[in-house]
Design a protein around this ligand. Structure first.
Ligand SMILES: Nc1nc2c(c(=O)[nH]1)N[C@H]1C(S)=C(S)[C@@H](COP(=O)(O)O)O[C@H]1N2
Ligand SMILES: [Mo]
Length: 373
């Protein structure tokens, strides 16, 4: 192991992660899951689940309470024990995916200063246990004027001047969806510190940024959150706007995930033997849509072959897929695209979706390999 790889392994281990994690930043710790782990199982193991954090993991706080306020009739303050006792526990398999997933492919179009080159591993699927946000809001008495629900965490991001806690918001319709959980457990284990212990929001079908970790405040509001991560970051700016000139409120605020797929196997820029070739990946649809079909092509989309898609179609979780191709000797590009339950499919090229912060790369998955000796 090189000394850099050894350093990364040591840092990953200090956050409870295995050594194959691809570390993008040490402080705050940001790391993506290796391709072979994603192909390996429907549920991503905890020690390999990606981490995306904008500030350091806040210190555990024995006096932690969840406060629910804003436009509600009965503000609440709950310990974890009270939350678990008063509201029924629900279980859901849901995929988290960062809006920066597959940004690396956008970097080939034009530079994206200040953002890390995430590959296809800024995503993972877990079984979450928690209370429904809708049940807690019902107990608090959500007022008619509350059109948005703000979720605030205990961590501080210095991206804001003056520094402010991480926060985000979702609209009323989503907040009342039965899939949105206040989760205290992940894959049957207590929520790990780096994933938001003691409590995090899980907003299935929405970009990861809305699933606020270290959650301690919920506020019903008339307007979307003014927090940096709602008003300025995680917005799709037009391609011709310099992000330095962008003002809060510019661009399209990202909520629902945009249909996307990734090829995990074979790995890019590798040499594979001539003959039958196993291709595998995942696909994920946004909000309540499901992945209906996945196709692969080796002639740049002139003809397509159906992939075998695992599991029944269901919202909020990825569907893993695989296909067996015939690979003739020479250079080959494999592309893949998904279709969702609304009949939408994906744009062809990264340049078709390039945006100044490099979010929501929904373009065809592409992997170039050399077949043969
Ligand atoms: N409090 C807080 N919540 C947060 C973040 C953060 O930095 N602070 N990052 C968000 C982003 S951008 C993503 S993609 C997911 C990542 O969740 P994970 O680290 O558990 O995989 O958490 C979201 N929730
Ligand atoms: Mo993210």
């Amino acid at each position: 192991m090189s000394s850099m790889a050894a350093d990364n392994a040591r840092i990953a281990a200090s956050f409870g992660k295995r050594s194959s994690m691809i570390v993008h930043k040490v402080s705050p710790f940001n790391a993506e899951t290796a391709r072979d782990v994603l192909t390996g199982a429907e549920l991503t193991p905890l020690d390999a689940f990606y981490v995306r954090s904008h500030g350091e993991v806040p210190a555990a706080d024995a006096s932690w309470r969840l406060r629910v306020g804003g436009l509600v009739d009965r503000p609440l303050e709950l310990s974890l024990e009270e939350l678990r006792r008063r509201y029924s526990e629900h279980t859901l398999i849901a995929t988290l995916q960062c809006a920066g997933n597959r940004r690396a492919d956008l970097l080939g179009v034009r530079a994206i200063p200040g953002e890390d080159p995430w590959g296809p591993g800024a995503t993972g699927t877990a079984v979450w246990h928690g209370a429904r946000l809708a049940d807690v809001l019902a107990a608090a008495g959500l007022q008619d004027g509350a059109r948005h629900v703000e979720l605030v965490g205990a961590d501080i991001s210095d991206l804001e001047e003056p520094s402010r806690r991480y926060g985000s918001s979702i609209n009323r319709r989503k907040a009342l969806g039965e899939e949105v959980l206040l989760a205290w457990a992940m894959n049957g284990n207590e929520l790990p510190p780096v994933h938001g212990a003691p409590l995090r929001a899980v907003v299935p079908g929405y970009i990861g940024a809305r699933s606020v970790k270290w959650l301690d405040e919920i506020a019903a509001r008339a307007e979307p959150s003014t927090n940096h991560f709602q008003a300025s970051a995680y917005r799709l700016l037009p391609a011709d706007l310099d992000p330095e000139d962008a003002r809060p409120g510019d661009g399209i605020p990202l909520g629902a995930i945009v249909l996307n797929t990734a090829i995990l196997e074979p790995a890019p820029e590798t040499t594979v033997p001539e003959g039958p070739l196993h291709v595998a990946g995942y696909a994920l649809a946004g909000d309540e849509r499901t992945v209906a079909r996945v196709e692969v092509s080796t002639d740049r989309g002139r003809s397509w072959q159906q992939a075998v898609v695992d599991g029944p179609p269901r919202p909020f979780a990825w569907r893993r897929w695989h296909a067996e191709l015939e690979a003739p000797a020479g250079a080959m590009e494999i592309v893949a695209r998904a279709w969702d339950s609304a009949g939408s499919t994906q744009p062809e090229e990264p340049s078709h979706v390039w945006n100044p912060k490099g979010y929501a790369n929904s373009s065809w998955a592409r992997v170039a390999v050399i077949v043969g000796a």
